[in-house]
Design a protein around this ligand. Sequence first.
Ligand code: ATR
Length: 273
Amino acid sequence: IDHYAVYGNPVKHSKSPQIHAAFAEQTGQQLHYRAHKVELGRFAEVATQFFEHGGKGLNITVPFKLDAFEFADQLSGRARRAGAVNTLAIQEDGTIYGDNTDGVGLVRDIHDNLGWDMQDRRILVLGAGGAVRGILGPLLKQGPSHVLIANRTEEKAQKLAQQFEKLGKIAGGSYAGLASAQFDLIINGTSASMSGDLPPLPSHILSNDGCAYDMMYGAAPTPFMRWAAGETAWAVSDGLGMLVEQAAESFCIWRGVRPDTKPVIELIRQSLS
Ligand code: ATR
């Protein structure tokens, strides 16, 4: 039986084993997938052992996506642009392929599952950390009229925007600079929700049919989702669908089969409450 795992720290609350077990059952694939906590600084060592012992593929979560990027022998274009790897796969010749499925996971959830069109829309992305870097490439491919990255540390947003300016119209700024702007879609990619915080957003920043997406998820709506509902957003979503979609893309890389994500999103949703 083929072995897979997710490496992270912490990793105890990871939904990935449940998601991949559901994909395997649905597609009739035989595989074993577990969550493994890796000590800080030991990623390369533990991953090397995993593949030497016949492991087929890994998912990588916080804080090892950069280590995985460096670990891979070959990189997909989107992993190179993201500067981070969340999926590793051993190839026929024994070399390790690194990919990043986070951005495509976000876009599939927003476009295919939620049905929010991003073409010619004004998009605001909150945060300029690793999570945001991973999604900018696939987001710009959707053809938004422009993307603005707002971040507490303005400089980080500007630097990040510069790195993606070849792919579309994108700029970086501060929250204070948002005062009179309007957007059709706001994506929260900050880690503020984890500490129950909300980035400082002005009122009336969402257009009439504006949507709000939090890349975080949980049993209850996040502070950002509650803020958006209060601003009478046209629609609001958390990031559970993104989680399942990025997993589906990884599963497809490993097994060559694309699972149906809808029932799995529902399954994981039920297990949250
Ligand atoms: P990740 O890999 O999850 O993106 P990260 O690289 O540490 O983690 O980035 C966290 C992001 O959330 C950053 O953009 C951070 O803003 P700064 O760059 O200014 O630090 C943002 N963030 C975290 N807590 C926040 C809060 N309470 N309000 C606003 N932004 C916050």
